[in-house]
Design a protein around this ligand. Structure first.
Ligand SMILES: Nc1ncnc2c1ncn2[C@@H]1O[C@H](COP(=O)(O)OS(=O)(=O)O)[C@@H](OP(=O)(O)O)[C@H]1O
Ligand SMILES: Nc1ncnc2c1ncn2[C@@H]1O[C@H](COP(=O)(O)OP(=O)(O)O)[C@@H](O)[C@H]1O
Length: 223
């Protein structure tokens, strides 16, 4: 049976799936201040911009350019960068497939909270598996998960190698490095593709503007 649509702003934040997980006797507590109230206050719609791509494809750069551009328009954003979250909340996780899945799951849940808060949350992490990205998409209301694919050839990322990690991976000093000896599954049907080639590379600001045009078109930047 399909669930009834929300009748009040507060109900919009209630989870679509059971919050119980492994715990028994847990009940969702509703608050009278809801997502719509917060969005009204902020004059924007909360959403998650999920930037996926290989290491070195420019995820963090475009995330920051986007955050800066939106900030200058008076919009509240927050960047969740894979590298940074692995310094704290996800410091217990490695790069094996199960840990990457848990990294993405946690960031997806945190991003959902930011989006419920009315914030434009920009998550930039490799997130190599379609299944894990799809699970994060499923946490959010239709349209609020905006997947951005950094479509950059491995050769370009490897030539940049700003942290020297590809070099270490090629010499076998890092095992299971995405794109070298670990998989990356490109999105099949994402909202935005930001393509770069060896010859043709838009600036981070231009790429941020492309995302902003999408947000404007879909009404996320309200008034
Ligand atoms: N084995 C392996 N594979 C890929 N990346 C590695 C690895 N080990 C360390 N790093 C560094 O960790 C950054 C990726 O972290 P993420 O949290 O984005 O990865 S994932 O989404 O869990 O796959 C990634 O950062 P970015 O270069 O910004 O993508 C790397 O600097
Ligand atoms: N649009 C771009 N054009 C040229 N170089 C870029 C662009 N975006 C990022 N870079 C460069 O590529 C490297 C990797 O960018 P970064 O944002 O750290 O990627 P990621 O977060 O995907 O690992 C950096 O040296 C950065 O300056």
């Amino acid at each position: 049976m399909r669930p009834e649509p929300p009748t009040s702003t507060a109900e919009l934040t209630a989870p679509k799936i059971s919050p119980v997980g492994n715990s028994a006797n847990i009940k969702w507590h509703q608050c009278s201040v809801g997502k719509l109230d917060r969005q009204e206050l902020l004059q924007q719609k909360g959403c998650v911009i999920w930037i996926t791509g290989l290491s070195g494809s420019g995820k963090s750069t475009v995330a920051c350019a986007l955050s800066r551009a939106l900030h200058s328009r008076g919009k509240l954003t927050f960047v969740l960068d894979g590298d940074n979250v692995r310094h704290g909340l996800n410091r217990d996780l490695s790069f094996k497939a199960e840990d990457r899945a848990e990294n993405i799951r946690r960031i997806g849940e945190v991003a959902k909270l930011f989006s419920d808060a009315g914030v434009i949350c920009i998550a930039s992490l490799i997130s190599p598996y379609r299944k894990d990205r799809a699970a994060c998409r499923a946490l959010l209301p239709e349209g609020d998960f905006i997947e951005v694919f950094m479509d950059v050839p491995l050769q370009v990322c490897e030539a940049r190698d700003p942290k020297g990690l590809y070099k270490l991976a090629r010499s076998g000093k890092i095992k299971g490095f995405t794109g070298i000896d670990d998989p990356y599954e490109p999105p099949l049907d994402c909202e935005i593709v930001l393509k770069q080639t060896e010859r043709d590379c838009a600036s981070p600001c231009d790429m941020a503007e492309q995302v902003i045009s999408y947000l404007e078109e879909k009404g996320y930047l309200m008034a």
